[in-house]
Design a protein around this ligand. Structure first.
Ligand code: HEC
Length: 240
């Protein structure tokens, strides 16, 4: 018994240690991979605003047909904007890449924007959501913005047109908006939920299959337990 408790404690420990090492409390985001329209909106925000710098090099566009329930034409017309070296439109079976030149990117931002296919696994959904909602104006930084979660981040606030620009308020310790974007703050939070939902899906598309298969497995176990119970009652009824 003590051994089982010890093993459980060891399994839980690293999660807590990781959570404690955060510089600020993370906001929590509700992930719902069954919400296809949320995943579709997230994909749209991603290709329009993030793909220019961050690839998803372990994912192919064609996977969106099944996983996001998007018709192939919709993907070709609305999500694929890149071309190959000969100028032909990228094929739907291709990996999700961009044409960033690493030397130029490093010169511009100090670092190469990382691939984000697995970012939701390494950082976690809440971290991503907090990161995307924590950009604020900071004149001392080269790009004019900073991030409360990721200090001195090398990434510009690319969604400033959606969110608007906020500054840290010295009185309340929170933020106050100095420029409006195209969205209200609640709409922006919803858009970031969609974007993080999409990144969680991309990091492990097999989750969708697991949910589906899991449902049948649990159902089978339920039905099987019932049959096993009937069988047991049948076997033991004369023994008593
Ligand atoms: C103009 C280029 C550019 C665009 C567009 C861009 N980013 Fe970034 N991003 C960067 C750079 C550069 C870094 C590295 C920053 C650093 O390490 O200081 C970065 C870092 C990140 C990180 C942190 C990675 C880590 O764990 O270190 C995340 C998450 C991220 N970006 C998400 C996004 C999302 C989501 C979008 C779209 C809304 C986006 N980025 C659009 C340039 C960009």
């Amino acid at each position: 018994m003590i051994r089982i408790l010890l093993i459980t404690a060891i399994m839980i420990l690293p999660v807590h240690a990781y959570a404690a090492s955060q510089s600020m409390p993370l906001k929590s985001v509700l992930i719902d991979l069954n919400n296809k329209s949320s995943l579709q909106r997230g994909a749209q925000i991603y290709v329009n605003n993030c793909l220019g710098c961050h690839t998803l090099k372990y994912q192919r566009y064609v996977k969106f047909v099944d996983h996001l329930q998007l018709p192939a034409e919709t993907i070709e017309n609305n999500l694929i904007f890149t071309t190959n070296k000969d100028g032909e439109a990228t094929k739907i079976g291709s990996l999700i890449l961009n044409s960033v030149n690493p030397d130029h990117a490093t010169e511009a931002f100090g670092v190469m924007p990382p691939d984000l296919t697995l970012i939701a696994r390494s950082r976690g959904a809440d971290w991503l959501y907090t990161f995307l909602t924590s950009f604020y104006k900071d004149e001392t930084r080269p790009l004019g913005v900073n991030n409360s979660l990721y200090s001195n981040v090398g990434m510009p606030h690319v969604l400033v047109w959606m969110e608007g620009l906020k500054k840290q308020s010295s009185e309340t310790g929170g933020y106050e908006y100095i420029n409006k974007g195209t969205m209200t703050s609640a709409e922006y939070d919803n858009a970031m939920t969609d974007l993080v939902n999409f990144l969680v899906y991309v990091a492990e598309p097999a989750q969708l299959d697991r949910y589906r298969i899991g449902f049948w497995v649990i159902l089978f176990l339920g039905v099987f337990s019932f049959i096993a119970f009937l069988l047991k009652s049948e076997y033991w009824k004369d023994v008593k």
